[in-house]
Design a protein around this ligand. Structure first.
Ligand code: NDP
Length: 279
């Protein structure tokens, strides 16, 4: 279920919007009247979500499709240029792109995996933000970074590059809020999800049945009794972007995790065995 917001006249660029949390966020902005940009590396998935956005838009505004790899600076530049050329401005940047890959520090390829994760989960966000500030400053815009509760807790399950990337992202959010508020009137906030049902786990090579089992097991332990859906995170993003609802929030690291951190939920033995099979 989604809350009703009115983002008529706004232009929203959501990275990683061809799937999962990014797709749900693009759909919610489209439904709320915004012009949206749908982007990812796979053209078919981008086209599919863009069509859904156009169909959801009250005035059938055509969603812009941009296919590109955000680890490539030139693709990032093209994404911003195409957005501003098409819609004339940028109001909302949602830095959502991210992935996880297992790597214990003792593995031969640990450093390569660390670099790959940092390039996607952190460097692309830093680069896009750096390049978008001039446009967002003209609209008193908003930046939302999609982080994770894994920025706040350490685990021993071979995910240190992911934890580090998201912890760094949280500090980037706070620094940018401090820097971009006074002079440029841009608010910068972070949404840190707990487990959310997307392709995130299966993209690591985990079979879907196993991912479903993990969501079921973990969801039972969450105080709200379930894991998250992409719409839960999209709703939180929309709240933060709304100046009416959240105009006093900037530099906030907003946890949306069904109570995962509060209840100190840990994985049971069976779930740990499932995850270990990825190595
Ligand atoms: P998905 O795998 O469903 O979506 C990831 C999106 O990012 C896809 O659209 C993918 O498209 C795109 N993408 C990945 N790499 C690149 C790249 N190099 N260049 C351009 N696009 C890219 O995952 P989620 O929706 O779950 O994840 C979204 C964010 O939420 C991530 O930052 C993740 O860390 C965070 N998160 C997710 C949680 C979860 O449980 N699902 C929990 C906590 C945080 P394509 O492959 O076509 O390029």
């Amino acid at each position: 279920m989604s809350v009703n917001y009115d983002f008529t006249g706004k232009v929203a660029l959501i990275t990683g919007s061809s799937s999962g949390i990014g797709a749900a966020t693009a759909q919610l902005f489209a439904k709320s009247g915004a012009n949206v940009v749908v982007t990812g590396r796979n053209a078919d998935r981008v086209a599919k979500v863009a069509k859904q956005c156009t169909d959801l838009s009250p005035k059938q505004l055509t969603a812009l499709e941009v296919v590109g790899d955000l680890t490539n600076d030139k693709d990032c530049d093209r994404l911003i240029e195409t957005t501003v050329q098409t819609f004339g401005k940028l109001d909302i940047l949602v830095n959502n792109v991210g992935f996880v890959q297992k790597a214990y520090v003792t593995k031969d390829d640990y450093f390569q995996i660390f670099q790959n994760i940092m390039t996607t989960n952190l460097n692309s966000v830093v680069y896009l933000t750096h390049k978008c500030v001039e446009h967002l400053a003209k609209t008193n815009g908003n930046i939302i970074n999609i982080s994770s509760i894994m920025s706040k807790k350490a685990t021993a399950n071979g995910s240190s590059p992911y934890h580090i990337s998201k912890a760094s992202l949280d500090m980037f959010t706070k620094c940018m809020a401090a820097e971009l508020g006074p002079k440029h009137h841009i608010r910068v906030n972070s949404v840190n999800p707990g487990a959310v049902v997307t392709n995130f786990l299966t993209n690591t090579g985990l079979p879907k049945a196993m991912a479903d089992k993990i969501y079921e097991t973990v969801g039972c332990k969450y105080p709200v009794g379930r894991v998250g859906q992409p719409q839960d995170i999209a709703n939180t993003v929309a709240f933060l972007v709304s100046d009416t609802a959240a105009g006093f929030l900037t530099g906030s690291i907003v946890v949306a995790d069904g109570g995962h951190l509060a209840a100190n939920v840990s994985l049971d033995r069976q779930t740990q065995i499932c995850l270990k099979q990825l190595n």
